[in-house]
Design a protein around this ligand. Structure first.
Ligand code: KIV
Length: 258
């Protein structure tokens, strides 16, 4: 898997969300290594407060759009809330639909408790990106989007989660909203390449929500986001600058980390 080699070689993985053909093409042309069709589309495109109402049908539609707009790109399809938690069998059946729509890999949020499902899906030929740390599909229950792993107990839990998901066969792992030092430790401890969002620059790569890095999401600016449109001549230029900043290690800077 090319991301394992990138981790070994110290080459940063530049990932970006994409939800439609046009932006998928721009991101692919700019050299993004991963196009993530995230269920963040529930907030960004649908204007909802969180991601919980996004359906499989919607994810299939957007994966199709992205795969058609950027043929040959590495597309990760997000498994929406309640599409994989019931059983490993349910997860595989829905993962297969995203793969049929054009995804190269599927993403699921969860920790140790999801490891059996990840293993089941991987063993049946579907590549899995795990998602640990802050899990947006649990934010409503947990009361918001907060930095995770700040206490000894919770940082030990994140490390346990990451090890279990890696052992289960996850080939990529998103680490969301973790203290920089913890994300660095997890990245060093596991074989799976890590992609950070709000988790510092020592992860193997970075991902941002496209509309956040274009400065058009609205709302309060997030510490871990940089608005790449500010010094750019066009959307394509902004995406190019984001990819270059991730590749060089210049983004995220200390001011974007916790
Ligand atoms: O849904 C999404 O876009 C994501 C990223 C924020 C990692 O999960």
């Amino acid at each position: 898997m090319r991301f394992a080699k990138m981790k070994k070689d110290g080459e940063k993985i530049a990932a970006l969300t994409a939800y439609d053909a046009c932006f998928a093409r721009l991101a692919a042309d700019a050299g993004a290594d991963v196009l993530l069709v995230g269920d963040s589309l529930g907030m960004v495109l649908q204007g909802r407060a969180d991601t919980l109402a996004v359906t499989m049908r919607e994810m299939i539609y957007h994966v199709r759009c992205v795969a058609a707009g950027a043929p040959g790109s590495f597309v990760v399809g997000d498994m929406p809330f309640a599409s994989y938690q019931l059983s490993p069998q349910q997860a595989f059946a829905n993962a297969a639909k995203l793969i049929a729509a054009g995804a190269s890999m599927v993403k699921m949020e969860g920790g140790e408790e999801l490891a059996e499902t990840v293993r089941f899906v991987c063993e049946r030929g579907v590549a899995v990106c795990a998602h640990a740390g802050l899990m947006p599909q649990r934010a409503r229950k947990e009361g918001g989007y907060k930095v995770q792993g700040k206490t000894e107990e919770s940082s030990a839990a994140v490390r346990r989660d990451a090890r279990a998901l890696c052992d289960a066969g996850a080939e990529l792992m998103i680490l969301e909203l973790l203290p920089r030092a913890l994300a660095a430790e997890v990245t060093a401890e596991i074989q799976t390449p890590t992609i950070g969002i709000g988790s510092g620059g020592e992860c193997c790569g970075q991902v941002l929500v496209l509309h956040d890095m274009l400065g058009i999401s609205g709302g309060k600016p997030k510490r871990f986001v940089r608005d790449f449109m500010q010094d750019a001549e066009s959307v394509a230029d902004a995406i190019g600058k984001y990819v270059a900043a991730v590749k060089s290690g210049e983004f995220p800077a200390a001011e974007n980390s916790f």
